[in-house]
Write a protein of this length. Structure first.
Length: 124
């Protein structure tokens, strides 16, 4: 198991005993969540983990913390846009798509992301 996966598993296990991140009550709980954002890959892992359980608000909050530390991390921004669509915030998703550079993605990746939001596919 890679150290990233191990750190992710430990962090997920620790966070499973905490209240929902959006309702963190202690400085220690906030510190754990903030520390996860320092490592962009760990933050992505946690966001995907939340999303796999249908906890999109927590996934979005995690990605927003990642983006606060790593504002040019396009992979997080694209996933943030997709998760915003999952909670029916298409305006927020459109803002995120506007911040992304289309040329960084294959046609398939870009069109899949747009389709998940119900947006028109880009022409090749």
């Amino acid at each position: 198991m890679s150290s990233l996966m191990l750190r992710g598993a430990i962090c997920v296990a620790a966070m499973s005993f905490m209240p929902l991140p959006l309702a963190a009550e202690t400085i220690e709980e906030l510190d754990v969540m903030s520390d996860a954002a320092e490592d962009k890959e760990l933050g992505m892992f946690l966001a995907r983990d939340y999303a796999s359980r249908g906890e999109y608000l927590d996934a979005i909050a995690t990605l927003e913390r990642v983006l606060a530390v790593h504002p040019k991390f396009d992979e997080a921004r694209l996933l943030h846009a997709i998760f915003l669509c999952r909670i029916d915030d298409t305006l927020g998703a459109a803002v995120e798509f506007d911040k992304l550079r289309r040329k960084k993605y294959s046609d398939a990746e870009w069109n899949d992301a747009l389709a998940q939001c119900g947006f028109q596919k880009a022409e090749g």
